[in-house]
Design a binder for this molecule. Structure first.
Ligand SMILES: [Mg+2]
Length: 93
């Protein structure tokens, strides 16, 4: 799945432009859960499930990042390319 494909998928199942702050709060909540999983070094390969792992929480963080991008009608694929150009200038790579 491409980034554009992921944006379309999430837009179709969960898109509420009036819920900007709700998506943002969920993103922060999921970052907190990711922090806990990193601290526990909980990995899907070891637990045999994605539940309660770094893998699960990275997906949750990605989900709400994309949901927010959709609310602001941001083309993440294009903006990521532009940001990489800025990074090349800033960091030389
Ligand atoms: Mg989560």
């Amino acid at each position: 799945m491409t980034i554009s494909g992921l944006q379309a998928y999430i837009r179709n199942k969960d898109h509420n432009p009036d819920n900007k702050i709700g998506y943002f709060y969920k993103l922060i909540e999921e970052v907190g859960e990711l922090s806990e999983m990193i601290r526990n070094n909980s990995r899907a390969e070891e637990t045999g499930t994605i539940k309660g792992t770094i893998e699960e929480e990275l997906c949750d963080v990605l989900y709400y990042t994309v949901a927010l991008a959709n609310v602001y009608q941001i083309d993440l694929e294009e903006r990521f390319r532009q940001k990489e150009e800025l990074n090349k200038i800033k960091w030389g790579k």
